[in-house]
Design a protein around this ligand. Structure first.
Ligand code: XLS
Ligand code: CA
Ligand code: CA
Length: 439
């Protein structure tokens, strides 16, 4: 078989003293952290779209990426070569999972029928390659935003033909996800949102979105797809206002439409930033409400207001993310998918390896820090003490539903000289720094 990434051999764990950029310093798949292998804690996935479809274009200039498949022009030949190269990449990296959109792996034809035929052919190849590989499919999804037919949305388009087309496309994407053993299926609301309410029937659009998801739930049952359905919140981009704004909004939407038993969240770090939340906030909201599913691992730029999808290299964020993941009981079907792209200036194939190694090490280190934070228990203890007024006396009665406004008024009359305690934020931040520096 052709070797596409020449000069890169299997990436190994060399430990923290290594200065080899093509070796893991912290990611040691077999190392046991709290009774579980690191690989099983982190469940890393490579995102097909950025890594094999990304060309490094921006609104001001053409693609800069140099890739081993650049000389191929036939779309189907290109799709086959990329799939082979992808499995070489997964193998060399030791990535246990990958994720894709239908249109990442196979080109559209002149009709939906031809498009499905193209997809079938590449799925067949992927299935063959998976037999000789340890890499599994974390999730599949449908691209309902790239083609111009989705200009006004997919299931929220004002055009019923687009709704029908989107349904046909998701039906097929679910079938191929099942065929490849996908453990989840993701719904990211591509262009499900609006630009102006002057031309938008918001009620019909959001009801249609719910109808669409209900059809997907029904069809999953029909074909025996047992994977987890995930919704990926994002507040803006491409539309000005996306319906799946953030985790709390999506939970409310699912509950309104009786869809909450069938969906969990796929939280993306950069989307949290766009919603003016921290990454940790979004994961916390998901876990505390029973919607923790999977994570799109990346990071945004605090100085930019758009979705930069950078590789995650911020230890604070990965530590606090893994803190939430461990507290959620760890991943079940989900994992950490690198929905991240190399910068336009990092255009060589080797940069794809450097980037993934950097992201994987940052999360591995984050896992170790989080494990220490939890085992040491200082933060948990502080929080427990901070809320201890609810474990006895009037607080216990409030939590236990034993008192109402009248009883509380009587209590407040007798206890109106209130004494608060310090939140000790800086002291706690120094403790977090100590975990980071010493783990
Ligand atoms: C775009 C989204 C997208 C989803 C999958 O912003 O992150 O890539 O993860 O459709
Ligand atoms: Ca994403
Ligand atoms: Ca993104």
């Amino acid at each position: 078989m052709t070797e596409y990434f020449k000069g890169v051999s299997q990436i190994k764990y060399e430990g923290k003293d290594s200065d080899n950029p093509l070796a893991y310093k912290y990611y040691n798949p077999d190392e046991i952290i709290n009774g579980k292998r690191m690989e099983d804690h982190l469940r890393f996935a490579v995102a097909y779209w950025h890594t094999f479809q990304g060309v490094g274009l921006d609104p001001f200039g053409v693609g800069t990426a140099e890739r081993p498949w650049d000389s191929i022009s036939d779309p189907m030949e290109l799709a086959r070569v990329k799939m082979e190269a992808a499995f070489e990449f997964f193998g060399k990296l030791g990535a246990p999972f990958f994720c894709f959109h239908d249109r990442d792996i196979a080109p559209e034809g002149n009709s939906l029928k031809e498009t499905n035929k193209n997809l079938d052919e590449i799925v067949k190849l992927a299935k063959e390659l998976m037999k000789g590989s340890k890499t599994k499919l974390l999730w599949g999804t449908a691209n309902l935003f790239g083609n111009k037919r989705f200009v006004h949305g997919a299931s929220t388009s004002p055009n019923a033909d687009v709704f029908a087309y989107s349904a046909a496309q998701v039906k097929k994407a679910m079938e191929v996800t099942l065929e490849l053993g996908g453990q989840n299926y993701v719904f990211w609301g591509g262009r499900e949102g609006y630009e102006t309410l002057l031309n938008t029937d918001m009620k019909l659009e959001t009801d249609n979105l719910a109808r669409f998801l209900k059809m997907a739930v029904d069809y999953a049952k029909e074909i025996g797809f047992k994977g987890q359905f995930l919704i990926e919140p994002k507040p803006k981009e491409p539309t000005k206002h996306q319906y799946d704004f953030d985790t709390q909004t999506v939970i409310g939407f699912l509950k309104t439409h009786g869809l909450d038993p069938y969906f969990k969240m796929n939280i993306e770090a950069n989307h949290a930033t766009l919603a003016a939340h921290t990454f940790q906030h979004e994961v916390r909201v998901a876990r505390e409400n029973g919607f923790f599913g999977s994570i799109d691992a990346n990071q945004g730029d605090m100085l930019l207001g758009w979705d930069t999808d950078q590789f995650p290299t911020n230890i604070y964020d990965t530590a606090l993310c893994m803190y939430e993941v461990i507290k959620a009981g760890g991943f079940t079907t989900g994992g950490l998918n690198f929905d991240s792209k190399v910068r336009r200036g990092s255009f060589e194939p080797i940069d794809l390896f450097y980037a993934h190694v950097a992201g994987m090490d940052t999360f591995a280190k984050g896992l170790k820090i989080a494990d220490k934070m939890i085992k040491d228990g200082k933060l948990d203890k502080f929080i427990a003490e901070r809320y201890s007024s609810y474990t006895a006396g009037i607080g216990k009665d409030i939590v236990g539903g034993k008192v109402g406004f009248k009883e509380l008024e009587k209590y407040a009359m007798e206890h109106d000289q209130i004494k608060n305690n310090s939140g000790r934020q800086e002291m706690l931040e120094a403790i977090l720094n100590k975990y980071i520096l010493e783990s």
